[in-house]
Structures are given as structure tokens and as C-alpha cells.
Design a binder for this molecule. Structure first.
Ligand SMILES: [Zn+2]
Ligand SMILES: [Zn+2]
Length: 582
């Protein structure tokens, strides 16, 4: 979606439309007072004090109508320049504008306001020339917003809108918006009973419901099998550590603002872990390793806690409690290229399986001239960075290089995926680390008997299971592939009196084969049950009527298809078996 704030023309247009909105509101609500009306990425809003009046969506058409009227009347928008005293006098009845004027820089002697017909508002500009320029606009929604964002202050009415230069642009945008709403994983998550949240648990702490838990378990099994075949060793470690652990790792000094505060238990001070690296370092250090043992790959589906501002948390996408598909690969310096190649292979493999096509690789490299900013080992950096490039070239992956954006301790690969709607998301990452193994004094015994320090690759393929689930729900609009669907098959008898017995037999036979199947034996009409089956995005609805009972068959309809197909149970089982195999 277009970023209106960053588009110069649309920015001025939307800003001017915010004035038009305020103008119309002033006509309709004589006592309205106006706080601020900025342009945002998705258009504009205006915060308005309407006394006790609380606006609803139903009020918006009337305001829009008044805006259209003012727009048509083609009033010139004039800039007026005032001294601070004049401005204070002009807006003396409006405490919000007085507040704004008072906060203006003392040195700016000129204060500007914009006037269109009988409406004047304090503003820096620039603006369109006439009210007629704002012709193609739409008010999107209304919500409450505290004055200055402080919940101790008065609640104002915030009206959101958007304005474009042509009707076509506006309609395209509104369609995109509609599409985004349909794909919003929070809506899908609710409709399909995938997750919930509760104030008593807290913000950004989703609860996975049984349907969601099936999806997550399927994802875990899927990636666990792949990792195990690649020689990963999986562990379980606690989701807390002592403050000293994170002092050793350096997180306490460099990552503290993203962590939950510490808690004291007896003599120990704990934190909820934001990352699993320190625990995995200790697992590696538990044994003496020979150069022949490397690479050693420690994997875990690990729950982490990170501080996110309460306003930033969103469904499963941005959470304070997440589960990472994490692993740490301990390698000799000469194995970096080979191991990195395996990680990229795995990423490409997984993306193929999920049909993810729209992605970009991004390598964060050091700036070799900036010696201060990076771990001091030129040979290690040069060799590692060249290896990363070589691997991506070998796979024919297109990638961008971000020079100077590497972390202090090593270069990094990010894979940014472009979803169907919304901005790019980073799913997979692979971060090289020269430093952490040193901090934990990890070693291996080299061929000449000397102790050497391994290099660590931190990698996550799904990123977090939370974010990946949000992503896949939005990509598929909740119509998940058969292997991932919480309910795969829905057996629906046409009439319970005559068909339930046979339907139950079919249900039992499918259940026996371990399919996730449900039997809809409610006394409802077939049409009603079919509609609900489609609404719940169940991949296969199996209809059992008299014809099926008489001929010992089943009829099924695949999600998204209008066609009903009659077949015997064996053939149907073969069909879905093939579909489940990736
Ligand atoms: Zn303005
Ligand atoms: Zn790590």
C-alpha cells in the first residue's frame, strides 16, 4: 500500500483534506474544538473535542456530505500570517490552539493560519489552492484518542480519512483496504478459533486455542523432522536465566531495554529470557569437543519474552511472549561457508514447501573502514563475508548488501518476505557470531592439540512460530493447506434420521486413519451446515445422503470448488493422502 505521508503531493492533499474535515465538523457541531490533524501513512486524522458527543461510524456519512458541499463550493484557501499576540487573540476561545501557540518557538515571530471561507485553522502549511482540490476522499473510521495520548486527559474524537487525486486511485485504495481486512490474521484467528487474548494474562500474550495448537504442532513437527535429518540436536532449556548469565552474554548491557525487569527469588536474580543463545552456549560447553565433532547444531523451540510497547503489540504478529524456531550452529572457521550453505538450502526448501515466492535476501556487512564498530579480526570478517556472497551466488539468489549494518560481532543474512498485503516482513535470519563463544570461553581441540574458539551461527527459519502463523493465515486467508488445517474433513449427514448411522461409520473409518475429522450431526439444514463448513475453511466437506448410503459411497466438495464429486472411500483416502504429502 502506498505510504501517503511520504508522497509529497498526497501529503499536501491529505493535510488539506484534514482541514476540510474540520471545517465540515465545525458546521455540524458548533462547539467543536480542534487539537491536531496530522498526515499519516494511511491518510490523515483529526482529533476533535465534541464535548460529551461520542461519534460512531454512523455519523461519518453526514460529515462526508458536508465536506462534499464545501468542496464543491470552491473556496480559496488563504494563508494568513500573524504575530504571536495576534494568534493568541484570534484563538482565545480555543484552549487547544492556545496550547499549540504557547509551545511554539519564541524565535518564530510569524505564526501562520489558513482560512477557507468561514473556517480558520492554525497551520504551517503548505496547502492546496481551493477546497475543490479535495474531491476524492473517504472517511474511514472513528475512535477515541486521549488528548496528548495521556489516559489521564480528556478523550477526544479521532476521525480517520484518506484523499486521492482521482476516483480510480481512491477506489483502488479502498479495495486494498477491504482486502487487508479480510486477510487480517486477528480476524481470521477469531473466526477460526485459533488464538485469543485476555486482560488477565496481559497484553501481547496470546493464548493458542486447540485449533491454533494443531497448526503450531504441525509446524513444529515439520521443521523438527527437517532439522533432525540435517543433524540438529534438540534441547529443552528454561525460559529464565540469572542476570549473571545475561551479563556474561552481553545482553544485560546491550539489550536490556527489550527485556522484562528482573525478579529476585531467594538469593538469585532472574530474568525472563529474551533469547536462547546463552543457554545453548552452556549446552555446548558441557562437553569437551574435538575439531572432528564440529559442526554441532543445537536446536530448540524456545519461548522468549521481550518488552514491546503496549501500543505496538498486534495479534500473533508482535507479541511479548513468542516461540522461536531457534538453533545455534557451532562451527570451525573453515566450515562457515559449508554450514551457511546448508542454512540457505533449508530456507529455500521450506519456502518451496509453503509456496513463498516473493522474497529478498539481504546481507548486512561491516564497513571495513570503521574499525571501532566491529569485532577486530580482519581475516575472519573478510573470509566470512566472501563465503556468504559465494553461497548466495551459487544458489543464484538475488541479494542486496547493506554495508555498515552488520552487528559488532558478525555479518548477517535476513530474508524479507513480501506478503499479499502490508509491508515486508523478515521471516528467516542467519547471524554469524565471532564474539559470543569467546565470552563463554567455548573451545574445541584442534588437530594439533591446541584449543580454538568455534564460530556460532544463530539461525531461525520460521523466525517465530507466532509470526509465521500470522503470516501464513494472512497469505491463505485462513484456507490452510490440508496438512496444516486444524479440521481437515467435515462429515455432514443430509438427514440425521436416515443418514447419521452411515455417516458415523464413515467418520469412524476416517478417524481411525488419524485424519482430523469432525461429524456435524446437528439437526440443521444441509445448506446451513455446508455454509458453515466453508466459513470455517475446512478443506473437505463430505456429504452423506440417501444416494451415498445406497451405493456405499461418499460425496465430497473441496474448499473453493462448486463441484460435488461422488467416489468410494478408498479412492477418497488415496486422494487426500497424496495431498497431505508435501
Ligand atoms: Zn494545514
Ligand atoms: Zn542466538
Amino acid at each position: 500500500m502506498i505510504n501517503i505521508k511520504e508522497n509529497e503531493k498526497l501529503n499536501v492533499l491529505n493535510h488539506s483534506c484534514a482541514h476540510l474535515l474540520a471545517h465540515a465538523v465545525k458546521h455540524l457541531y458548533k462547539d467543536a474544538k480542534f487539537w491536531v490533524g496530522p498526515v499519516i501513512e494511511s491518510g490523515f486524522y483529526y482529533d476533535i473535542d465534541l464535548g460529551d458527543k461520542v461519534l460512531t461510524e454512523d455519523d461519518l456519512p453526514q460529515i462526508e456530505k458536508e465536506m462534499k458541499k464545501i468542496s464543491k463550493s470552491d473556496k480559496l484557501i488563504k494563508r494568513i500570517e500573524l504575530t504571536k499576540e495576534e494568534a493568541l487573540d484570534m484563538f482565545k476561545d480555543d484552549p487547544y490552539k492556545i496550547d499549540l501557540i504557547d509551545r511554539m518557538d519564541e524565535s518564530s515571530t510569524i505564526i501562520s493560519a489558513y482560512k477557507q471561507d468561514d473556517f480558520i485553522d492554525l497551520c504551517r502549511g503548505p496547502h492546496m489552492n481551493t477546497t475543490k482540490d479535495m474531491k476524492y476522499f473517504k472517511l474511514i473510521k472513528v475512535s477515541g484518542a486521549y488528548y496528548k495520548g495521556d489516559s489521564k486527559n480528556k478523550m477526544l474524537q479521532r476521525i480517520y480519512g484518506v484523499c486521492f487525486e482521482t476516483e480510480e486511485d481512491l477506489n483502488n485504495y479502498l479495495n486494498e483496504l477491504e482486502e487487508a481486512k479480510l486477510r487480517d490474521h486477528r480476524k481470521i484467528g477469531k473466526d477460526l478459533d485459533i488464538f485469543m487474548s485476555h486482560d488477565l494474562v496481559g497484553k501481547g500474550m496470546p493464548l493458542w486455542l486447540p485449533n491454533g495448537a494443531i497448526i503450531r504442532k504441525q509446524l513444529e513437527n515439520y521443521i523438527y523432522d527437517k532439522e533432525r535429518k540435517m543433524g540438529y540436536l534438540h534441547v529443552y532449556t528454561p525460559c529464565v536465566g540469572t542476570v549473571d548469565l545475561y551479563k556474561t552474554s552481553g545482553h544485560w548491557d546491550h539489550y536490556k531495554e527489550n527485556m522484562f525487569p528482573s525478579m529476585k527469588v531467594d538469593e538469585e536474580e532472574f530474568v525472563l529470557r529474551p533469547m536462547n543463545c546463552p543457554h545453548h552456549m552452556l549446552v555446548y560447553g558441557n562437553e569437551i569437543h574435538s575439531y572432528r565433532d564440529l559442526p554441532i547444531r543445537i536446536g530448540e523451540f524456545a519461548t522468549d519474552f521481550r518488552y514491546e510497547a503496549s501500543g505496538a503489540v498486534k495479534g500473533l504478529e508482535r507479541v511479548r511472549c513468542m516461540c522461536q524456531n531457534d538453533a545455534h550452529l557451532f562451527v570451525r572457521p573453515d566450515q562457515i561457508g559449508e554450514e551457511f550453505k546448508k542454512v540457505v538450502e533449508l530456507i529455500l526448501d521450506v519456502y518451496r514447501d509453503f509456496g513463498i515466492k516473493n522474497y529478498k535476501f539481504r546481507l548486512s556487512m561491516r564497513d571495513p573502514l570503521d574499525k571501532e564498530k566491529y569485532f577486530d579480526d580482519d581475516d575472519m570478517w573478510n573470509e566470512a563475508e566472501n563465503k556468504l556472497r559465494e553461497v548466495l551466488d551459487e544458489f543464484g539468489c538475488e541479494y542486496t548488501e547493506a554495508i555498515g549494518e552488520a552487528a559488532f560481532y558478525g555479518p548477517k543474512l535476513d530474508v524479507e518476505v513480501k506478503p499479499a498485503v502490508g509491508p515486508e516482513v523478515t521471516l528467516s535470519t542467519c547471524q554469524l557470531d565471532f564474539l559470543l563463544p569467546r565470552r563463554f570461553e567455548l573451545t574445541y581441540v584442534d588437530s594439533d592439540g591446541s584449543k580454538k574458539t568455534p564460530v556460532v551461527l544463530h539461525r531461525a527459519i520460521f523466525g517465530t512460530f507466532d509470526r509465521f502463523t500470522a503470516f501464513i493465515l494472512e497469505e491463505t486467508k485462513g484456507a490452510l493447506p490440508l496438512w496444516l488445517s486444524p479440521i481437515q474433513l467435515n462429515v455432514i449427514p443430509v438427514n440425521n434420521e436416515y443418514h447419521l448411522e452411515y455417516a458415523t461409520k464413515i467418520y469412524d473409518l476416517l478417524k481411525e486413519k488419524d485424519y482430523r475429522v469432525q461429524l456435524d450431526s446437528r439437526n440443521e439444514k444441509l445448506g446451513y451446515k455446508m455454509r458453515e463448513s466453508v466459513m470455517k475453511k475446512i478443506p473437505y466437506s463430505i456429504i452423506i445422503g440417501q444416494k451415498e448410503v445406497d451405493s456405499n459411497t461418499i460425496s465430497y466438495r473441496k474448499y473453493g470448488s462448486e463441484e460435488t464429486i461422488t467416489t468410494n472411500l478408498e479412492d477418497f483416502k488415496n486422494l487426500i493422502e497424496n495431498e497431505i504429502k508435501l
